[in-house]
Design a protein around this ligand. Sequence first.
Ligand code: FES
Length: 125
Amino acid sequence: MKKFSVKELFLSPQNCGKIEEPDGFGIYGDSECGDYVEVYLKIEDEHITDIKFLCKGCPTAIALTSLMTILAKGKHVDDAAEITDEVILDSLEGEISEEKKHCSNLGAEALYNALMNYVLKDIES
Ligand code: FES
């Protein structure tokens, strides 16, 4: 399995930005006073064909949210729902410090919320 470096992801984060009229949209955190992530999904045939994110957070949060999008892109929605903070951390080259491990949680939670938004829209329509 390919491993990713926090430094490279922070210097060249992939999948930054927004998607107009997303099929799924999720947020996690508090935009007013702290770390905050938005995730946008485009989904076709239950697969994530495009994913973008915006992150207001520390460099590690930006890097690990970008890593989440790399892991999620192309996946079936059921498989993407299994991308937890542990999965993100397991995809890193080497270890990060204990106090930075929670930074992976932002992207994982925002992805889950975006997937729930997609599923609920599907049920309502
Ligand atoms: Fe709080 Fe990284 S998200 S230190």
